[in-house]
Design a protein around this ligand. Structure first.
Ligand code: NI
Length: 224
């Protein structure tokens, strides 16, 4: 499932993030990619382990965590430190699937869900679409600043070459409580129906049935 999330970051946070990104150090993005992805990767990433990186990490992850659609569709269990990426003219990231395991030692986790958060406006650059292969063909995604797209980490995807300007994005990977994308999609849809019923008919028997089904399906399918 590809899902778009609007307004993950508001204008104030975006200004804040972009301002900070002008002051941090970016390094060649190849250092963080796996062997195969490395060959097709050409971008820059913010250097980790600095105070600014920690601040940006908290700002972004706090905003995502507040987003109900994010929580319901991704069902996050373990979440990686986000990567802030910069693509300038001529840069791109060819077709790849994301690394299956991230983190080190006890922090190791499986990547089930990838999230790209767009940090500057589509008018600021040409090219730079995130192109994701789906069973219905390729889908090109280029969203307003502050919006995000959620996709399975196992899907083949690429970032088209930037032909003008600069593209800023943050990428987050996570292990979901529910490993299977089809099960996550069913749970997400059922949760939507459940929330509608809980609002419109809070005391109806069918509301309770849908609520119980959702809760017990989550229990059946989650691994935590
Ligand atoms: Ni990727």
């Amino acid at each position: 499932m590809l899902l778009q999330l609007e307004n993950v970051l508001d204008a104030t946070k975006l200004t804040n993030i972009r301002e900070m990104l002008t002051k941090v150090t970016f390094v060649n993005g190849k250092h963080s990619a796996g062997h195969a992805a490395n060959r097709v990767k050409n971008n820059e990433e913010m250097k980790q382990g600095t105070q600014q990186a920690e601040y940006l990490d908290h700002l972004l992850m706090g905003s995502l965590a507040e987003n109900a659609d994010f929580r319901s569709s991704a069902l996050p269990y373990r979440v990686a430190q986000p990567v802030f990426a910069r693509y300038t003219q001529g840069m791109q990231y060819g077709n790849h699937v994301d690394d299956p395991i991230m983190g080190g030692g006890a922090e190791k986790f499986r990547t089930d869900v990838s999230i790209t958060v767009f940090l500057n406006e589509p008018e600021d650059y040409d090219g730079g679409e995130l192109i994701i292969s789906t069973s219905f063909g390729e889908k090109a995604v280029k969203l307003p600043a502050g919006s995000a797209v959620i996709y399975p980490s196992s899907s083949i995807h690429r970032v088209a070459e930037i032909t003008r300007g600069e593209r800023l994005a943050a990428i987050v990977w996570l292990q979901s409580m529910v490993r299977d994308p089809a099960q996550r999609e069913l749970l997400y849809e059922l949760d939507q129906a459940r929330n509608t019923l809980l609002t419109s008919k809070p005391d109806a028997p069918e509301t309770k049935q849908v609520d119980h089904s959702y809760v017990n399906l989550l229990r059946m399918w989650s691994e935590v």
